[in-house]
Design a binder for this molecule. Sequence first.
Ligand code: AMP
Length: 432
Amino acid sequence: MVMNVNAPRGTIDIFGEDIKYRNFIIDTARELFSVFNYQEIVTPTFEYTEVFTRSIGEGTDIVQKEMYTFEDKKGRSLTLRPEGTASVVRAFVENKMFQEHLPVKLFYIGSMFRYERPQKGRMREFSQLGVESIGTNNPMMDVEVIWLLNSLFKELGFVDLVLLINSIGCSNCRESFVEDFKAFILPHLEKLCPDCRKRYTQNPLRIFDCKNRHCRKVLEGSPRVLSYLCTDCREHFEKVLGYLDVLKIKYRIDHSLVRGFDYYTQTIFEIVSYQIESAQNALGGGGRYNNLVEQFGGPSLPAVGFAVGIDRTLMLLKKLCIEVNLNENRPRIYLIVLDEEYSSYCLEILQYLREHSYTCDTNYNAKKLGTELKWAEKGGYDFSIIVGEDEVKTHNITVKDMKTRNQYRIDWSTGKKEILTLLSRDTSPSRR
Ligand code: AMP
């Protein structure tokens, strides 16, 4: 019976050209993480559910509606991670990393899962890369993390992104703000969408995230959280802005930026593109979370981090036709063998080239020289090696430079090293 099965709704297969973009994003990020001295951490894809409910917050959209939660065979509640921070903090506490030199600076790359309504740039399984710096309240660290986020997008080739920043203060400042904010909203409650009416009681700050026209209108005259900051939080924010100025990193203060997790304190930020015409225009974001380590049973240690959506970044790179420098300058070779009988000879040549780390492939199926040369051209190979009856008899190979069309004959028994010299002569950038 033929199976007709598609990938689950909200998931995608990534292959072909997209893999190049994806690797370009990941490689660029890895390079920067190393420059900024962040170490990699790999945590499980699923955690006990309370890791997320207790940190992200019971009243958030993620915990209320979007988690992939299931019971294992022993009836334990597990959840596919919807984000990276909670897992990293859990791992930090569990592995007593607080005993190390602080701050501990970590990065991660992996799949996240949220049961959202799928649309362009919003999936149910998506990839994020992110950093967490745990163990300092120095505003310079807020700035390091923002600087890293900003540098990543600069390195990727973006020019028109906007960095939004705000401070939601500590729990004290927030308490008095939320009180006034609720009092402000109350007379307009009927005008809000049903979701926001629920948010009003469960998580009023989330009303700021609503894209509904009527809700946005109501918010126009709202009190601003920045006016409620205590002296410490205000000074912290001023220092963050000052250090960003030192680095000449442009930002825009956005009073309505709140972000969707309960654990944030003080600085929050997001990097957005107005070239994506959808509500999904945030490519990455993060903030400070000074209470989370303690909440997980660790010492009271402040922390700050960000997460970037790899899939959305990939989408925008392609949309803006940003040329991706893949550093593929090493020549690629296509070995054309004109008869299956010559397979042993073919393997010998492939082995030699691959041992010397050249990207090479051979024609496993078709055996017509003309067809194969056309493929070598189309497939972006720099050299073809042709092995026909004559080459086998004389134990030679014919090398064709696909760019200049020049052909060379090499004696494989006595002069195989010549191929290395020939290949290394091609120092021009790849034509792909
Ligand atoms: P968040 O963890 O919600 O702060 O999101 C950080 C980044 O991850 C966002 O700016 C997006 O680029 C990406 N992201 C979040 N949710 C999704 C999703 N459902 N599908 C694709 N990317 C997402």
